[in-house]
Structure formats: structure tokens, C-alpha cells
Design a protein around this ligand. Structure first.
Ligand code: F6R
Length: 606
């Protein structure tokens, strides 16, 4: 998705903007550009392609101490040099970078064209630059305010006036913008990743806010002009946490980081004295929690799948009815919001538009929402006000791996907490705490099997279609395995409950269609053995993810074993080989693993 970077201070802006753009590359984009103000003129360079393409065409002489920059992910108009941001007005006095969508751009464009303006791009964003030029207001902030009154839609926006380069003005409605506070210099970004090298002190704008950012300070206000008070937040990530280190891909690094990520998610939250867990951000007393009659979990993609496992954990340990639903659909079915239901929004980035919209729908109807989020201070975290931070560290690869695992751990913490308020015994609580503490080492032992999984991936990579099946909590793992594989290898992968296979998909089982069977040695093990027989009877290759025990009673194409945990935590471990499988299939197929085609790290548009 689009990214914004801005700098104002005493240093040369261009290298800082370029480095910020590099930091945003992980989000996915198709063009890049920057504008720097100097001697009352704008210098604007932009191009289709990658930030390194921009670097190649950057003239030596582009100097100045105030600038804005952008990575664009095309919505209105194809990826091209002229559609890349920044956009300027005709006289090239105002430069703007914009994330989001201006919904009434077409009618604004018609009016501007009627008044003699010639547009240079097909973007919705360019109207903002021309409207700024047409504004009679005295200050840049008042001009932007008047322009934003005319537009409908979503924006995170940064604006530069060549004639008044002593400030950058930014505004937000539905698309994040943060200010980074430096020492007599300030940074602006749509994602703190772009500025963490320079500062960890940030201020997040809220929807409907605007800020004037100068080298020595900033002022925030509402779009109507009323001042707002903001408290800077410290982001817990350092620049080093964004390095790829010895790994060739961020995804591989993040898979390897899982033992540490789990430790951090658990840190300070286990209470062995009472065989329970302590979740600081929950802010709900025991009595309030006991009044909860149902739990509804909302998230998109892998966050939704992790939520499905969360629902399973809560039902099993706390015996509370719990279910997960894709957040992207939630608001469209006019959901009934119940007072005795606790809603949980799951989002790694904390910026996913559909999840945020679901949270707002619940809140608008008077419901309570708790967030399970990785990025501290992100929009969903702030909107939920209470919740559980994952502390998994930044996830740069577009596909989620360590945050999926940490989300399941966070749900386990919550489920134990709720369970211990109810029927979960001290002995069961103690066993679960021990199992949670054992997870990091167990994940590490699975990662040691990488060479075997890589060999298996070579065989898998030859196929174009695959099924992933599982039962009960094994089914979300099948979903996650299939999602990961299709996202990065572009191999068509479908997940099915194993019990559903004979109700349709068996028609497609053949020697060309491998099936991955997720089968812990639980009560459903024998049923999964029957599933394998069904597949073998159609000569389908079978890849089994299971746990140590008696040899399988029939030949299969491969078996990967993971250590046993408490039954409710087994799915988390069964998922790890599937991450490695997806990674190595994508590697064998020569894919762009960290930035798969058509996908973005956080989907901040509808
Ligand atoms: C899958 C993946 C996506 C995200 C989804 C939600 O690998 O990464 O499906 O899980 O877009 O993202 P967050 O968790 O940031 O809300």
C-alpha cells in the first residue's frame, strides 16, 4: 500500500527521504517519488518502478531541507511516471503526497478543468494540489483545511509549499500519518518503520486531525481549527529490528524469530502462583469478564484464521461460546451487537481498514471491543483502547508468520485467564503454563527439520494445485497452510475440513493434486486415517503433518512430525512446518517471497 515520508530540519532532506522510502518498500508499491523545496522552488522527481529506480534518476543537485516522498500502490490510474506522487499544482508551488482514495475526485476534476486547469495524471490525488493553488486562505494549513472540506474519501496526506518551506502540513482521515520527533528536526510518515532510524518518539494523528510540522515543533488541530493535545508515544522497535541479518528473506528471518517472539508475547504474563495468566491491557475485572456470555473474533486473512484458533482455545478452556468471522464481511450484514458479547479485533498491523471498520461498527452499536495487535499505537490499538499487544517485533514480509503464532499465544493467554475464572482447575492451569513455556524450544526443534521440509517442497513445487485438510482446530491450520502457499508460491491451494472432502473436492483428487493432512494424534486421528485412505484410493499424493507415535498403517508420500503439547496448543506447532513448506515451494519456484505480486502488508483501503 502507499507510503508517505517527510522531513524538515537542518539536514539535506533527500537521503533521509530515500532511506525512508526504502523502509516502506515492504508494504508493496509500484512507483515512487519525492519533492524537495529550495529557493522557493520545488524539485520533483518520480518514476514508475522501485525506489532503486528513483535513486538511479535522482540528480546530484536535488538539495533542500524540507521534503516529502511517496511510494504509490495504484488505485486510480495505471502505475506510471506521471501517476506517481508527489503531485503539484500548475505553477509547481504546492506538492502533495496522498494515501487513500478521494471519492469525489471526478466531479472536482471536472470543475477544475472547467476553470482552466490541465491535469497531468489520471490520479484522484492531483485534485488536491490544484485545489490548494485555488484556495484564497493565507496559510498552508488553512488552505488544506478548506480543500479537505471539499473532498470526500480517505486520506493520509502531506503537503509542501515551495514558498513557505518552514513547515509541512499533514492531515488524516482513515489512512495513518505519524509525526516523528527529533532534535530540532521532525519526520513525517505513514508508518513508523520509515522513521525509527531517527527517532522512537512519535505522535499519531487521529482521523479528522491536521498538523503543522516545523523543524522545532508541531501543532495539531481538528479540521475546524480547534487545537488538540497529543502525547508522544515511544515505539518499542529499533532500526536493527528492521534488518534482514543473515537471512535471504524477511519471511525466513521471521519464521526463525518465532521462539523469541513467543517468549516476548508470554513475557510477564504468566502467573504460576495462581496457575493463571495476567494480561495488563485487558482492563476488565474478574466480575466483568464473568458477565461475558459469548466471544466474537474479527480479523482478516491470517488474523481471521488465528482468531478461529483463538475461538477454539476459548471454547475449550473457558467453555464460553466463541467464533471468528472475517472482519471484511462483518459490517455489511448489519450485525446484531450484544451487550454480553466480548468482541475481539485481531490485526498484526493495527491498520487493516476492514478490521477497523468492524471495530467501529461494534463500538457505534455500544459493544465492547478488545484488540489483539502487534503494532503499538496503531489505529486499531488506539480505537480499541484495551487489549493485548503481541510484542512479536516488526513483521516486514508481506505474509504473516511470527505474528500469526504470537496471536495464537495471546489467545491462549486469554483463554487460560478466562478458564481459570471458571472451571479450569489449578492442575490444568499449571499444565497449560508449562506447555506455553515449552513452546519456544518446541518451535526451535521443528525449525531444525528445515532441510527435510525443503526436500519435500521440491516435490510439491512441481504441482499447480494442492489441498490442505484438517479436522476441528486442524482445519484453521489447513487454511493457514493453504493461504501461505498460495500467497507466495502462486500455487493454487485450497483448504477443506477433512470431513468435507467426500462432499465434493474428492472429484479433483488425482496424482497431480497433493493433499496435506494436518493430523494431531487426538480423538480424530482414526478419522484422519480414513481420509488418507480416501485420497490414496484416487492415487492422490499425501503429505502428513502429525506427532510422534505408532507408524502410519498405510504408505504415504511424506510424514513430518512435530512435538506434542497440550492438545489445545498442538495446532500452533503443526503450523510451523507449513510455513517452511510455503517458503521453500516459493523459493523453488523463484517467487518474490517478501513482496508477493498484488499483495500489500497492510491493507488500508476498503
Ligand atoms: C497473510 C496475511 C494477510 C493478513 C491480513 C490482515 O499472510 O498476511 O492475510 O493477515 O491482511 O492483516 P493484519 O493482521 O495486519 O490486520
Amino acid at each position: 500500500m502507499c507510503g508517505i515520508v517527510g522531513y524538515i530540519g537542518k539536514r539535506d532532506a533527500t537521503p533521509i527521504l530515500m532511506e525512508g522510502l526504502h523502509r516502506l518498500e515492504y508494504r508493496g508499491y509500484d512507483s515512487a517519488g519525492l519533492a524537495v523545496a529550495r529557493n522557493e522552488k520545488l524539485q520533483v522527481i518520480k518514476t514508475k518502478g522501485k525506489v532503486r529506480d528513483l535513486e538511479r534518476i535522482l540528480p546530484e543537485r536535488i538539495k533542500g531541507m524540507t521534503g516529502i516522498a511517496h511510494t504509490r500502490w495504484a488505485t486510480h490510474g495505471e502505475p506510471s511516471d506521471r501517476n506517481a506522487h508527489p503531485h503539484t499544482d500548475t505553477s509547481e508551488r504546492f506538492a502533495i503526497v496522498h494515501n487513500g482514495i478521494i471519492e469525489n475526485a471526478a466531479s472536482l476534476r471536472t470543475k477544475l478543468e472547467a476553470s482552466g486547469v490541465t491535469f497531468r495524471s489520471e490520479t484522484d490525488s492531483e485534485v488536491i494540489a490544484h485545489l490548494l493553488a485555488a484556495s484564497p486562505a493565507d496559510t498552508l494549513e488553512d488552505s488544506l483545511r478548506s480543500v479537505l472540506r471539499l473532498v470526500t474519501g480517505t486520506y493520509g496526506i502531506a503537503v509542501l509549499d515551495a514558498q513557505r518551506p518552514e513547515s509541512i502540513v499533514i492531515a488524516r482521515n482513515g489512512s495513518p500519518v505519524v509525526i516523528g520527533i527529533g532534535d530540532r528536526e521532525m519526520f513525517v510518515a505513514s508508518d513508523p518503520a520509515a522513521l525509527v532510524r531517527h527517532t522512537q518518539s512519535v505522535v499519531h494523528l487521529d482521523d479528522g486531525e491536521l498538523a503543522v510540522v516545523r523543524a522545532d515543533g508541531y501543532e495539531t488541530s481538528t479540521l475546524d481549527g480547534g487545537a488538540t493535545a497529543k502525547t508522544p508515544l515511544t515505539i518499542p522497535w529499533t532500526d536493527e529490528s528492521f534488518d534482514k541479518g543473515e537471512f535471504s528473506h524477511y519471511m525466513r528471518k521471521e519464521i526463525a524469530e518465532q521462539p523469541d517472539a513467543i517468549r516476548r508475547t508470554l513475557s510477564g504474563r504468566l502467573e504460576p502462583r495462581f496457575q493463571t495468566t495476567h494480561i495488563g491491557g485487558l482492563e476488565m475485572a474478574a466480575r466483568e469478564l464473568l458477565e461475558v456470555k459469548r466471544i466474537k473474533i474479527l480479523g482478516c486473512g491470517s488474523a481471521y484464521i488465528a482468531g478461529s484458533l483463538g475461538a477454539h482455545l476459548i471454547e475449550q478452556l473457558a467453555r464460553l461460546p466463541a467464533s471468528a468471522e472475517p472482519a471484511s464481511e462483518f459490517r455489511y450484514r448489519n450485525p446484531v451487537i450484544e451487550q454480553d458479547t466480548l468482541y475481539i479485533a485481531v490485526s498484526q498491523s493495527g491498520e487493516t481498514f476492514d478490521t477497523l471498520a468492524a471495530v467501529q461498527e461494534v463500538k457505534r452499536k455500544g459493544g465492547r471491543v478488545l484488540g489483539i495487535v502487534n503494532v503499538v499505537g496503531s489505529t486499531i490499538a488506539r480505537e480499541c483502547a484495551r487489549g493485548i499487544y503481541l510484542h512479536a517485533g516488526p513483521e516486514i514480509a508481506v505474509v504473516s508468520t511470527k505474528t500469526f503464532t504470537s496471536t495464537v499465544v495471546a489467545f491462549a493467554l486469554l483463554a487460560v485467564h478466562l478458564g481459570r475464572l471458571k472451571d479450569l482447575s489449578t492442575a490444568q492451569g499449571a499444565r497449560l503454563l508449562a506447555a506455553l513455556q515449552a513452546l519456544p524450544d518446541q518451535v526451535a526443534t521443528i525449525l531444525n527439520q528445515e532441510a527435510r521440509i525443503a526436500t519435500l517442497a521440491q516435490r510439491f513445487a512441481r504441482h499447480e494445485n494442492a489441498y490442505f485438510v484438517g479436522r476441528a482446530a486442524g482445519f484453521p491450520i489447513a487454511m493457514e497452510g493453504a493461504l501461505k502457499l498460495k500467497e507466495i508460491s502462486y500455487l493454487h491451494a485450497e483448504a477443506y475440513p477433512a470431513s468435507e472432502l467426500k462432499h465434493g473436492p474428492l472429484a479433483l483428487i488425482s496424482p497431480e493434486t497433493p493433499t496435506v493432512i494436518v493430523m494431531p494424534r487426538d480423538d480424530l486421528y482414526a478419522k484422519n486415517l480414513s481420509t488418507i485412505e480416501e485420497i490414496r484410493a484416487r492415487s492422490g499424493p499425501t503429505f502428513v503433518i502429525t506427532q510422534p507415535g505408532d507408524p502410519l498403517p498405510m504408505p504415504v508420500d511424506a510424514v513430518i512430525e512435530v512435538p506434542k503439547s497440550e492438545a489445545v496448543l498442538d495446532p500452533l506447532l503443526l503450523n510451523i512446518p507449513l510455513q517452511l513448506l510455503a517458503y521453500h515451494v516459493a523459493l523453488a519456484r523463484g517467487r518474490n517471497i517478501d513482496q508477493p505480486r498484488n499483495l500489500a502488508k497492510s491493507v488500508t483501503v476498503e
